[in-house]
Design a protein around this ligand. Structure first.
Ligand SMILES: [Zn+2]
Length: 235
């Protein structure tokens, strides 16, 4: 944190931060993003919204489950330089509105590359613009997505968006169903569509469905005995 000197008063300036707001699927991440964008707009401030290209659901739209949607300002390709893109759209915003960008928001941040997440940290620190990244922590095999892993490593602040499992506990994992059956093997990315769906499960329900398997089956116990104690950490 930089220390600025104003006369004889010395104070720590509030610096922009990189926030990672993560949750299981269906935890309202897109809704929370749109609400955050709305809050800035209500104060007369400009924001930029971006998302990685890999998500085919509404390519250039943020679509919330409540039905609200909004166009993104830019879509990030797998090899795109996020900082260069941000700078270009920031300049464009200044030129068209006369205002600087107050915040950069990212949806589906789990699909960003490590380099792209590093750029988000640079934007927050070096350009002093807050960055709010929303995404899923882990894939259907309980392994972190590369973008999420990097965000967990470098974000200034981690905030969990919670949702509830079918049993009432806090959901932690994203189980994949193909034609209605849970499956625990396959490619990391399979966008939900005709045959593929996802269900957010607590650890207990996930292990029951996977027969105790986590992370491609490594460290699988020989038998899984679920406990029925409520998850104390849900609030
Ligand atoms: Zn459960």
């Amino acid at each position: 944190m930089s220390i600025l000197r104003t006369g004889t008063v010395r104070y720590a300036r509030l610096m922009a931060k990189l926030y990672f707001r993560y949750g299981a699927m269906n935890s309202g991440k897109s809704t929370a993003l749109l609400q955050a964008a709305y809050n800035y707009a209500e104060r007369g401030q400009q924001v930029l919204i971006a998302k990685p290209r890999i998500d085919t659901k509404g390519e250039a739209l943020i679509v919330s489950r409540l039905g609200v949607e909004r166009a993104v300002n830019f879509v990030i390709g797998p090899n795109d330089d996020v900082r260069t893109m941000f700078d270009a759209y920031r300049s464009q915003t200044k030129a068209t509105t006369g205002q600087d960008v107050a915040c950069l928001l990212l949806d589906e941040a789990q699909f960003l590359s490590v380099d792209q997440v590093d750029d988000l940290l640079r934007i927050a620190i070096l350009e002093d613009v807050p960055v709010l990244a929303y995404g899923i922590r882990t894939d259907f095999q309980t392994i972190a997505f590369p973008g999420s892993r990097r965000l967990l490593e470098v974000a200034h602040a981690l905030e969990e968006l919670k949702t509830i499992c079918r049993c009432g506990r806090k959901a932690m994992f994203n189980a994949r169903l193909v034609n209605g059956q849970f499956i625990f093997d396959g490619a990391q990315v399979a966008i939900d569509g005709e045959n593929v769906t996802y269900e957010s499960l607590c650890g207990t329900c996930y292990l029951r469905e996977s027969n105790g398997m986590l992370a491609h089956g490594f460290n699988a116990p020989s038998a899984f005995l679920p406990t029925l104690a409520p998850d104390a950490d849900f609030s």
